[in-house]
Design a protein around this ligand. Structure first.
Ligand SMILES: Cc1ncc(COP(=O)(O)O)c(C=O)c1O
Length: 427
């Protein structure tokens, strides 16, 4: 090529949740087995059925010619009105402050890419990697993070947040993921109120990724940003990938709060809207059908049954992992993930499925990597289970994230036992 085709920051482009899949697929080919994919938060891929009433709604929507045209660049007006009335608040938001995207993945990129390079968003650690990677790519250097504390049920360390914001004038926003991926924790209202107070004191805006807002275990209540934001500018992110669940719809939205309270913030939001206009709009069909799905009389019981299953899985996993001394576990309060911390994790190997897998592992392990990446590769090559290393979520702590999604009870129990066997052998 006449010119270098890579941007300097291209080396920061990482998405470990899917990168491990490439390696897992190679192992499947080399040793002729079927991997258990515990890496991705896709309920459909994990065997959850889409109910007939939802498929019937979709068929009806497909028959409606209106589904075939563009929508307003902000998104379908009826969908935005529904979102405003059911998931948001007119105290801080209007129907024009709701913008639809092709999945929150797109929204995350639009929010970060339209900030100036030197304006930084403080992200949690561990975090959902799309946020951290988009932040790093936009800034052209490593993201800046605050820790979630495993000794305090993965609550954000508020003092660390304040210290970052006070001493780094470049920080313009604080990202909170609540309920949280990857930890499954649901934050205390007081913690969130303190974060809002920090944003107010230092004139920052807030980004709350609330895509799991419906997914808390019975008796656990989540506090939504609109309830506590007061007059601070902020963005709430939600979507239909997890709670409907329809991740393949690629449909998510942002709710902008207090846009009019700060001219700089409102100009920036306008740029995000212009960027969306450049693409005309997001896919119409999922937006058109959104009110009918969430409003369907069978939706609440479907959601309840799913959440009950996740809680049952979390209970079983907690009982199981508690018996392994090298593991630290905080029981999730919602969502469908489980973080298993592996304390003082060494670099070691496990017996591989065959010689070809061993050779491939040896080739991979010549590269410098965190100890939990090596554990995850060895786990794939020995027990045929694919998890995501905890350091892949931008954490200094070692361990892995698995899901609570598995539909098959026996397979879930078997997966736990195989992981347990691997942990014991690895140490
Ligand atoms: C916290 C969080 N935010 C955003 C997303 C992306 O959602 P979408 O499917 O809408 O792109 C995910 C997906 O796993 C997530 O866990």
């Amino acid at each position: 090529m006449r010119q270098n085709l890579l941007r300097a920051e291209s080396s920061l482009l990482r998405y470990p949740i899917r990168e491990v899949v490439e390696i897992g697929k190679r192992f499947e080919r080399l040793a002729h087995f079927k991997m258990v994919w515990e890496n991705i938060g896709d309920p459909v891929a994990s065997g959850e059925a889409i109910p007939d009433w939802m498929k019937a709604l979709l068929r009806e929507q497909i028959a409606d010619t209106a589904s075939y045209g563009y929508t307003d660049s902000r998104g379908d007006t009826a969908a935005r009105q529904y979102v405003l009335e059911h998931f948001s608040s007119e105290k801080v938001c209007t129907v024009d402050d709701i913008l639809f995207f092709n999945g929150l993945g797109e929204a995350i990129n639009k929010i970060l890419n339209n900030l100036p390079k030197e304006a930084r968003v403080l992200v949690p650690s561990p975090t959902y990697p799309s946020h951290a990677t988009a932040e790093a790519m936009h800034a052209g250097c490593h993201y800046i993070s605050y820790p979630l504390d495993p000794e305090n049920n993965w609550e954000p360390d508020v003092e660390e947040i304040e210290s970052h914001v006070r001493y780094n004038e470049q920080i313009v926003a604080i990202l909170v993921i609540n309920p949280n991926n990857p930890t499954g924790s649901v934050y205390h209202r007081e913690t969130l109120e303190k974060i809002v107070a920090i944003a107010k004191k230092y004139h920052c805006f807030l980004i709350f990724d609330e895509i799991y807002h419906h997914m808390t275990f019975p008796g656990v209540q989540t506090t939504l940003l609109y309830e506590i934001i007061g007059d601070v500018p902020g963005i709430s992110m939600k979507g239909i990938s997890k709670d409907v669940p329809w991740p393949g719809s690629r449909c998510g939205w942002i709710e902008i709060y207090n846009a009019e309270k700060d001219q700089g913030f409102s100009d920036y939001i306008h740029v995000i809207l212009l960027a969306k206009m450049l693409e005309v709009c997001s896919t119409a069909l999922p937006q058109k059908i959104l009110p009918a799905i969430y409003g369907h009389k069978q939706y609440p019981e479907m959601l309840k049954a799913r959440i009950q299953k996740y809680q049952q899985r979390a209970d079983e996993a907690e009982l199981f992992f508690r018996k392994i001394p090298q593991v630290r576990l905080n029981k999730p309060q919602g969502v469908f993930y489980l973080v298993v911390e592996l304390l003082d994790l060494p670099y070691a190997t496990l017996e591989s499925k065959n010689k070809d897998v061993r050779l491939e592992l040896e080739r991979l392990e010549q590269q410098k990597m965190a100890a939990d990446f090596q554990f995850a590769y060895e786990l794939m090559g020995s027990e045929g289970i694919c998890v995501v290393p905890l350091t892949g979520f931008g954490s200094d702590l070692t361990g892995f994230r698995m899901t609570l999604l598995q539909e098959d009870d026996a397979l879930f129990t078997d997966t736990l036992q195989r992981i347990g066997r691997a942990i014991r052998a690895y140490y």
